[in-house]
Design a protein around this ligand. Structure first.
Ligand code: ASP
Ligand code: MG
Length: 410
């Protein structure tokens, strides 16, 4: 008998019929002889509605009340799922975060899980009850309701699985798993059978939106095997797990893109100690996260600095950088909002050479100019003009043999 943690996202819980479908899946897992703990999100669209209500009520809602409000969606879905299971003749019981309790820090709207008590869950499981837990929410040590950031139910599920030492954590969503790239751009994209935590972290932060990044960090830290799969069919999904020897034989596991950044360059910056700090500190103070940074070699005592910021912060960032440029006597500021970052990800890069140059060559064959490059051990990212995003993704997917049916290892 295994202990299975399942998480169902908003789309899977999107209507009464869909919740009934979830109830049948949960019941089947139970009937197969497993203990089952289910984590659910709010019904599709509900959290957005609550966020909109908060913004309608006032411009700057208090963080505490914001969390009380946005946590409400999950209260509805846990009760409905429990009712569904009960009406099918199963013992089921719903729990809000604070009833478990799932303890978090007090960083409202982005709280981190600190500890999960398993006493009540274990007792209920012992008498054959299916447990239904509200995702996304917890409670701080003072008893305030907290939430864990949009998409936070994934993290709730992985954390509960870790706390209970579950045998598996299944994340049910509306796609079959993690794909080699966005199937809307490349219809031949194939489902990845298994992917390492580190690759999944890169893919998630680079724009593949299947799992909340924090849930992957959590899974990695506690060694939770996460199975991402669809609640609408029985296809096996993608296993997110510890790296194994096969994974290294695949050169590139996935191609991601991100159109959410903008580029700013400060030209002819006097090249002396302290300049980078003077440039970036005001951005940090304004809570703007800088992603890629390139500093040119010094030329006659001057250098150029180019970096990217989230497009939503672009105007604010540009203004700050223009002010700084005046103060430090830089030559000028130029910017570009229509850029995209295209990346290749794979643990195979650690042990194979020539992958980056193949990427550059593939882009150049299409006449795509590379504006910036950054690399990590398992990823290469290029900033290009946004209008070439789809083309770049398609040719890279092809070049690295990722289309369904292609032999993947070389
Ligand atoms: N309901 C929350 C959201 O929409 C949490 C989740 O779905 O994971 O972000
Ligand atoms: Mg989600």
């Amino acid at each position: 008998m295994a202990l299975v943690v399942q998480k169902y996202g908003g789309t899977s819980m999107g209507s009464i019929e869909r919740i009934q479908n979830v109830a049948r899946r949960v019941a089947k897992t139970y009937d197969d002889g497993n203990d089952v703990v289910v984590i659910v999100s709010a019904m599709a669209g509900e959290t957005n509605k609550l966020v909109a209500l908060a913004n309608e009520m006032c411009e700057f809602p208090s963080e505490r009340e914001y969390d009380v409000l946005v946590a409400a969606g999950e209260q509805v879905s846990i009760a409905l799922l429990s009712m569904g299971l009960q009406s099918m003749g199963y013992k089921a019981k719903s729990y809000l975060g604070h009833q478990i309790p799932i303890y978090t820090d007090n960083a409202f709207s982005k709280a981190r899980i600190e500890e999960i008590e398993d006493k009540k869950i274990r007792e209920d499981l012992k008498n054959g009850t299916i447990i239904v837990v509200a995702g996304f929410q917890g409670v701080d040590r003072e008893g305030n309701v907290t939430t864990m950031g949009r998409g936070g139910s994934d993290t709730s599920a992985v954390a509960v699985a870790a706390a209970l030492k579950a045998d598996v954590c299944e994340i049910y969503t509306d796609v079959d798993g993690v794909y080699t790239t966005d199937p809307r751009i490349v219809p031949e994209a194939s489902k990845i059978e298994k992917i390492s935590y580190d690759e999944m972290l890169e893919m998630a932060s680079l724009g593949a939106k299947v799992l909340q990044i924090r849930s992957v960090e959590f899974a990695k830290k506690y060694g939770v095997v996460v199975h991402v799969r669809s609640s609408f069919n029985d296809n096996p999904g993608t296993l997110v797990m510890k790296e194994d020897a096969d994974m290294e034989t695949v050169l590139v596991s996935g191609i991601t893109y991100n159109k959410d950044e903008a580029k700013i360059s400060m030209m002819r910056v006097p090249d002396k100690p302290g300049i980078a700090s003077q440039l970036f500190s005001p951005l940090t103070e304004a809570n703007i996260t800088v992603d890629m940074i390139i500093q040119n070699v010094s030329n006659e005592g001057y250098t150029d600095m180019t970096f990217t910021v989230p497009r939503t912060d672009f105007k604010k960032a540009l203004k700050i950088v223009q002010d700084t440029a005046g103060k430090i006597g830089a030559g000028g500021v130029i910017s570009d909002e229509s850029i995209a970052k295209v990346s290749i990800v794979g643990v195979g890069m650690r042990s194979h050479s020539g992958i980056a140059s193949k990427m550059f060559q593939t882009l150049s064959q299409e006449g795509i100019n590379i504006q910036m490059i950054s690399t990590s051990e398992i990823k290469v990212s290029c900033v290009i003009s946004a209008k070439y995003t789809e083309l770049a993704v398609r040719v890279l997917h092809e070049a690295f043999g990722l289309s369904a049916g292609d032999a993947k290892a070389e």
